[in-house]
Design a protein. Sequence first.
Length: 83
Amino acid sequence: MKKRVLSLDLARVLSILGVVAIHAENITSSKTNYLGGISWWFVNTVHSLVAVSVPLFVMISGTLLLNKKDLSNNYVFSKIKNI
């Protein structure tokens, strides 16, 4: 049984919430629903902060899918390990 990594689980939860925020703000920031003023700036700031959520989630999932044995046999990771 694999051990859970609390920091990666927390990062996944935060990235999931970021994806939800991206979808929620998309309605607000589209040209047809342009609110203007402070709300537009707030929504764009939130989008800038959570735009990293999708790539972060994919990278964390890929990391958790790999086995340590797979990494030890990889040429690139073996060269990094020796540095």
